[in-house]
Design a protein around this ligand. Sequence first.
Ligand code: HEM
Length: 216
Amino acid sequence: MNQKRAVLLLKVVLWLGALAPAGFLLLGMFVYPDWVGANPIERLTHVTGMTTLILLMLTLTVTPLRRVSGWNPVIRLRRPLGLFAFFYALCHFSIWFVFDMVFNVTWMLEDIAERPFITVGFAAFVILIPLALTSTKGWIRRLGRRWTTLHRGVYVAATLGVVHFYWFVKADTRLPLVFIAILAVLFGARLQAARQRRSGRRNKEPEAATAASGSR
Ligand code: HEM
């Protein structure tokens, strides 16, 4: 299979996988009520929250995967994964704003101030907004190196999302701990790569100096 075909196939899998939870919820609400159960709002919140978290983790996995596999085209999955993560975060936030806060901004601000797990969830969502807005090629060009710095915010958003989940879960913290472990591995991979880049640069400097003195 050539590279173009492989990327296309992966993108099709990504779109189908990412749209499946939304399809499940829509069918549950309008066709098969059994799927969403007796408390549809709780089910909507659960599915959109979990999907956001999973897609954020997958977004963060792309760069280390490219480094490990050496297969550069995989990077083309990062943007759609990130945008789908934002889409589910927006749905998750909207469900809370519409059904729990009934569009009342004062209640919304009070809830954000009073419940720490809502505070961190909201902070994660706010961080994701500029990332989604600047994900186009035009913004990548316009922001240059600042784009990379800005988009490191996805690590902060994912961390806050995991803390939000951990604080939400009262008794069984096993699943949030799994997400914390995944995040720790991804952070570790990131730090390792940064260290390798730095030592690579340091090794090149003496070589360049020797070459320069030799040419004098
Ligand atoms: C990146 C952002 C976010 C992520 C990854 C995320 C993830 C999650 C997850 C995994 C759950 C647990 C669902 C369950 O097991 O039932 C949850 C619950 C919840 N989240 Fe978020 N969330 C985010 C942002 C937000 C925001 C912005 C709000 C609202 C301001 C919010 C409000 C809630 C509420 C109200 C619940 C359920 C509380 C309940 O059922 O009593 N989340 N979230």
